[in-house]
Design a binder for this molecule. Structure first.
Ligand SMILES: Cc1ncc(COP(=O)(O)O)c(C=O)c1O
Length: 340
């Protein structure tokens, strides 16, 4: 199977498996696991933050960030297709007791003037704006890179109003790779950031949240409340260290493969690539093929290619470190055969 459903399907490398076996461990609820400590220090330093915390998933990291930043009754501003709003089961309302106010963005980027209009004034009728969430790269916008200038403007506006900015950076290393800059340069325009180790970076499990020391200590308490305090967690942190030190440098290959895929698909009239391919995600409208999304997915599966539905008429194909150039050639041959 050529599995293009997501970069989450990546399996740990040999080196990661060895590191898991050899990891020094301790009880991380007592803050005694040396491998967790090493991973958290490394992540904090790459992200330019004072401290970091290992969490089990991107969703858990985002939830802990909202719980730590907000009070019940606050309003959270976020892009209308943001993962936190769209894909996290309404968790920020269920757990943090906040309400969301979504803003339509452009390729995942919220316009600072729209954001300014959405920030609540001081009025007894209004909820307080407790948090601004941004996402880079933006998943539903097809892995779009949110420009650094947009992040800077949003951060400056937020500072003026004393509102924290949380970045869902599940694929922040992809954004930095595409821009040719460091994750630190992007994260400087945020109060807190969440990054996923288990997507393009290839670790089997885990995410990091990073911010100042005081925030991370309060986040640690929320993580414990949510049942996310882990014991000998070094075995799952060890591959995370390899993810951060070895895997980020190869993400450009995934981006090149996604571009190769998009270019090949653009010569098949029945299929239309609908996103500008900045990183590792290609979104394809299949309406003109005369088949439904489910039919297209099933035909691909029969040929040994997995993709996911991504809306009424679209499918998403995501490249990652198990996908080679020749597999992309093979996918294009299959697409041509089925839909060309
Ligand atoms: C932008 C974004 N944020 C957060 C997440 C959640 O990560 P996890 O699946 O580890 O909970 C994802 C997962 O795909 C994502 O794409």
């Amino acid at each position: 199977m050529i599995d293009l459903r997501s970069d989450t399907v990546t399996k740990p490398t040999e080196e990661m498996r060895r590191a898991m076996y050899e990891a020094e461990v301790g009880d991380d609820v007592y803050v005694e696991d040396p491998t967790i400590a090493k991973l958290e220090e490394l992540a904090a330093s790459q992200l330019g933050k004072e401290a970091a915390l290992f969490v089990t998933s991107g969703t858990q990291g985002n939830q802990i960030a909202v719980l730590t930043h907000c009070q019940p009754g606050n309003e959270v501003l976020l892009e209308e297709d943001a993962h936190i709003f769209y894909y996290e089961g309404g968790a920020i309302s269920a757990f943090a007791g906040v309400q969301t106010r979504t803003i339509k963005g452009q390729r995942g980027a919220i316009s600072p003037s729209d954001l300014k209009n959405a920030i609540r004034g001081d009025d007894v009728h209004f909820p307080e704006t407790g948090l601004i969430c941004i996402e880079n790269t933006h998943n539903r916008a097809g892995g779009a890179v949110v420009p650094i200038d947009n992040m800077k403007e949003i951060y400056e506006l937020a500072l003026e109003h004393n509102i924290p900015v949380h970045l869902d950076g599940a694929r922040l290393y992809n954004a930095a790779t595409s821009l040719g800059i460091t994750v630190n340069q992007l994260a400087q325009y945020t109060t807190t950031v969440q990054i996923c180790l288990s997507k393009g970076l290839g670790a089997p499990v885990g995410s990091i949240i990073a911010g100042d020391k005081e925030f991370i200590e309060r986040a640690r308490k929320w993580r414990k409340r949510l049942g996310g305090g882990l014991r000998q967690a070094g075995v799952i942190a060890a591959p995370g260290i390899i993810a951060l030190t070895r895997m980020a440098d190869r993400l450009h290959e995934d981006h090149e493969h996604a571009k190769q895929l998009a270019e090949g698909i653009s010569s098949i009239p029945a299929l239309k690539v609908v996103n500008q391919v900045d990183t590792n995600i290609v979104v394809v409208n299949v309406r003109s093929s005369g088949f439904s999304t489910e039919e297209v997915l099933s035909k691909l599966k029969d040929e040994g290619v997995l993709a996911v539905g991504f809306g009424a008429e679209t499918i998403r194909l995501t490249t990652h470190h198990h996908i080679t150039k020749s597999e992309i050639d093979r996918v294009l041959t299959i697409l041509n055969k089925q839909f060309g």
